[in-house]
Design a protein. Structure first.
Length: 184
């Protein structure tokens, strides 16, 4: 199975009349997966809601769920947020990055609830605080320079690693009761 591309999901969501854009949708799905909740039931209901033509989106979301779960379980940290391609304008990529983080935080709270998230260890809590700040990201210029591109790439890399950390914190291996949130 080839990876699902941003533009493909964005188009399917638009045609279906879904409430969320592709980045927010993927972020929400990943947040729910990190929370250890049933991603399909919650995500499909929340994101597609009453979308008149949700069948194509359901199929894409099922594929995205599988991709994200496989990546998050991979010890080589292959997870990556679904964002516009690198040749898209930087302003649009920054906006999508903020939407992805908003979706992730929302999905995490849907699956775990705020109280559990507030009891995370310091490093995981710091990632959540940083994601909240990234969710507010904006870009003032129509064109980005090389420094802006480097900064964007560094934030995306931080996001990849931070989400992996949250996943591992919230989903300890079976029998690892000492890694459960709040037991450190």
């Amino acid at each position: 199975m080839s990876p699902i591309r941003f533009a493909l999901l964005q188009d399917a969501l638009r045609r279906a009349g879904a409430r969320a854009a592709a980045a927010e949708c993927h972020g929400t799905l990943c947040g729910i997966i990190c929370a250890g909740a049933n991603a399909e039931d919650i995500c499909f209901k929340h994101l597609l809601g009453g979308a008149p033509d949700g069948a194509a989106c359901r199929e894409l979301l099922s594929g995205l769920k599988q991709e994200a779960q496989q990546a998050l379980h991979n010890p080589e940290v292959t997870f990556a947020p679904l964002l516009p391609e690198d040749d898209a304008p930087l302003a649009g990529r920054v906006e999508a990055l903020g939407e992805w983080c908003q979706g992730f935080l929302h999905g995490l709270s849907l699956g775990r609830g705020r109280a559990v998230l507030e009891s995370l260890p310091e490093d995981a809590g710091e990632v959540l605080r940083d994601l909240t700040e990234i969710a507010r990201a904006g870009f003032d210029s129509a064109e980005g320079d090389e420094q802006d591109e480097v900064a964007y790439s560094e934030i995306v890399e931080y996001l990849r690693v931070g989400v992996q950390l949250l996943f591992e914190e919230l989903n300890p291996p079976p029998g690892d009761h000492l890694s459960a949130p709040g037991l450190h």
